[in-house]
Design a protein around this ligand. Structure first.
Ligand code: XMP
Length: 529
């Protein structure tokens, strides 16, 4: 395992990703973590970048014990400055931020025929890299030497004279540094001597064993499924581990996509063999949503009602278990609650700066089922989204599902901008269905990160035959995004938009106009509410 200490850079999680892409398991911890508290023995440590300056009063610093572990350390950007600070070199403020591409000249020890440092081994004499920093080194710490320099940064890469400590000013973890991943590979594979054995096949085997140990021979687990990638993969993994002792519950909240619960039933229960109960609670949800327009209110109602419905189901299963027990069943109590928490949520919650400001309350992150007596089981908590997708493929989950766009917990309720009624849901379901069908037909689905239709509460005038119409408007949204923190609107071929618009206005009663949303995030958000 590689330990990555996070000093708050927006790129920290990318370092973790790059290590794992090299099949080396890496974990991110807040930089303030005490080495004695870390539950594993790392084979190497990487210090991330940071928005701080090392001399700031509130600047975060690593536990100095890291330098006594006898393992290699690589400091990136602030990480380099942190090493410098620790070993008594100097860092100075720069007049302007250096932001963009730079060429690092790799220094050869003992002249032009000399050897390059192990960190740059085989990477050539010059490396194109991405820089993003305000401060930079102005004086080497004692016992360090230069191993790479750029025109503006004479100490772009440094190494300790006798210990495996390295610092680099640039960011090898971003894709703008074309050979950055190779450099990280030199560090984790050659210098730290990690084995490249972290694969999804390995993960499945280990995780199934772990789940069986946690649950014991009788324990039962329940978990909500939504039809999305994460909950489906988590459910299938539980099924592989403990079979029918895992109960999946799907709550139909009345604001799902068209035929969603039927499709989930077919896929999860019929094809994958998962023990599934679908609860049709649409009346209850729509009743509570009646007349509500405020987005946060909608989210709260759906989030809370979901918890109630789910708890009722858990209680029902509990009763059944008691009855079965009296009849001498071998099955045990429902003790565990499955959650499809992913690594980015974990990272967010362990950040030393605390979770970032809430712009929208995403009800499936934290908060959910807080008061339940069930213990949490989170088999995906170490994984990034694309690792979950790879896991899904290995678990024979059909490809279209594995590649599915995310769908928000509050569903169509936050895509109907006015009050939510059955009629409005139906209109939006139809438009959404046509939109996605056409995107799939044009083979664009996998190029887009998320696409959906939004039903606007305004009416516009149109003409149909020789009659005037006065009907609602559909807005189409499609974005490309790495992590949904920022997003760009997607540029469709015009003929695809033409087809979608023509089908929606012709086939969906109540819609006579379609618009396309050309706003990016920021300043807009992905969803309209
Ligand atoms: P925004 O609109 O915040 O969306 O730019 C970013 C991503 O989050 C999804 N989203 C939600 N997911 N519950 C969820 O489970 C929510 O309340 C919620 N709001 C937004 C959105 O679909 C996009 O993928």
């Amino acid at each position: 395992t590689i330990l990555i200490l996070d000093f708050g850079s927006q790129y920290s999680h990318l370092i973790t990703r790059r290590c794992r892409e090299l099949n080396v398991y890496a974990e991110l911890m807040p930089c303030t973590a005490k080495i004695s508290d870390i539950p594993f023995k790392p084979k190497g440590i990487i210090l991330s970048g940071s928005p701080y300056s090392v001399y700031d009063d509130e600047a975060p610093h690593a536990d100095p014990a890291i330098y006594d572990l006898g393992v290699p350390i690589l400091g990136i950007c602030y990480g380099l400055q942190e090493i410098t600070w620790n070993f008594g070199g100097k860092v100075s403020k720069h007049d302007h931020r250096e932001y963009g591409f730079a060429n690092v000249q790799i220094t050869r020890a003992g002249g032009s025929n000399g050897s390059v440092d192990a960190l740059f081994d085989g990477l050539g004499d010059e490396m194109k890299v991405w820089m993003s920093h305000g401060d930079q080194l102005s004086e080497l710490p004692p016992h360090f030497h230069i191993i790479g320099a750029t025109k503006t940064a004479p100490y772009a890469a440094i190494a300790h004279d006798s210990k495996p400590f390295y610092g680099i000013q640039f960011h090898p973890e971003v894709t703008h540094s074309p050979r950055g991943k190779e450099l990280i590979g030199r560090f984790v594979l050659n210098i730290c001597q990690c084995n490249a054995t972290w694969t999804m096949e390995e993960f499945i085997g280990k995780e199934i064993t772990r789940i069986r140990e946690i649950c014991g021979p009788k324990g039962r687990v329940i978990g909500a499924v939504s039809g999305g990638v994460d909950s489906t993969v988590a459910a299938k993994l539980m099924h592989e581990a403990i079979g029918d002792r895992f109960h999946a519950i799907m709550v139909d909240n009345g604001v799902l996509r068209m035929n969603e619960s039927k499709q989930v039933h077919e896929m999860l229960s019929r094809d994958l063999g998962v023990n599934l109960t679908i609860i049709d609670a649409s009346e209850r949800f729509l009743g509570l949503l009646a007349g509500v327009e405020d987005p946060e209110q909608k989210r709260k109602i759906i989030g809370n009602t979901f918890i109630h419905v789910f708890e009722e189901q858990a209680a029902r299963l509990e009763k059944e278990a008691e009855v079965e027990e009296e009849k001498g069943s071998e099955k045990g109590k429902v003790e565990w609650l499955l959650q499809g928490t992913l690594y980015p949520d974990v990272i967010e919650s362990i950040s030393f700066k605390g979770p970032s400001a809430t712009i929208k309350t995403h009800h499936n992150v934290g908060g959910l089922l807080k008061d339940m007596k069930l213990k949490l089981i989170e088999p995906l908590r170490e994984l990034f989204k694309d690792e979950v997708r790879a896991l899904g493929r290995l678990l024979s989950i059909p490809a279209p599902l594995v590649q599915r766009h995310p769908f928000p917990g509050p569903g169509l309720a936050i895509r109907i901008l006015g009050p939510v009624t059955r009629e409005q849901v139906k209109i939006l379901q139809q438009a959404d269905q046509i939109y996605l069908e056409e995107i799939r037909k044009a083979e664009l689905y996998d190029n887009i990160s998320q696409a959906f239709a939004v039903l606007l509460p305004v009416r516009a005038v149109g003409v149909m035959g020789d009659k005037r119409t006065y009907e609602q408007v559909i807005a189409l949204r499609a974005v490309q995004s790495e992590d949904f923190m920022t997003a760009d609107w997607y540029v469709f071929p015009p003929e695809v938009l033409r087809r979608i618009s023509s089908r929606i206005t012709n086939e969906v009663d109540g819609i006579n106009r379609v618009t396309y949303d050309i706003s990016s995030k920021p300043p807009a958000t992905v969803e309209w509410l």
